[in-house]
Design a protein. Structure first.
Length: 111
C-alpha cells in the first residue's frame, strides 16, 4: 500500500487516495508495476484522519487488495498467464545482454 501525505487538493492525489502497487520484473530496470497498480479514494474523508485496515489476498488465481472492507477494492489482478508473458519483456537489454525469465517453471501466481 502506498499513500501520499499531501493534502487532498494535491493535483495527482494526496491523502485521500491509497494505491496498491506490486513491483515485479526480472530486475529493477524492467519493473512492470504500471500494470499492477490500483487506487481507491477515501469515502467522505482522507486516509490521514484515522487508522485503516489494509487487506491482501493472494491465491493461485488472483491478487486482491482492499482498504477497510473487501467492498472498497484497490486492486484485482487475475493470473491468467505467467508473469513472464504478462510483463511482455524485451528479448535483450539495450547493451545486447539477454533478458532471462526469473520465474522459469513457476506458477502463474508468481512473483
Amino acid at each position: 500500500m502506498e499513500s501520499r501525505g499531501n493534502n487532498y487538493t494535491y493535483t495527482t492525489g494526496g491523502n485521500n487516495i491509497a494505491h496498491q502497487t506490486t513491483h515485479w520484473g526480472p530486475d529493477g530496470t524492467l519493473d512492470q508495476y504500471k500494470i499492477t497498480t490500483g487506487g481507491a479514494e477515501a469515502l467522505h474523508t482522507t486516509f490521514s484522519d484515522g487508522f485503516h485496515l489494509y487487506g491482501l489476498q493472494w491465491t493461485e488465481k488472483y491478487l486482491f487488495t482492499y482498504v477497510d472492507s473487501r467492498v472498497q477494492q484497490i486492486l484485482y489482478q487475475k493470473f491468467g498467464a505467467s508473469a513472464w508473458k504478462r510483463g511482455n519483456f524485451p528479448v535483450t537489454y539495450g547493451n545486447g545482454t539477454a533478458v532471462v525469465d526469473p520465474w522459469h517453471n513457476a506458477t502463474n501466481a508468481a512473483p
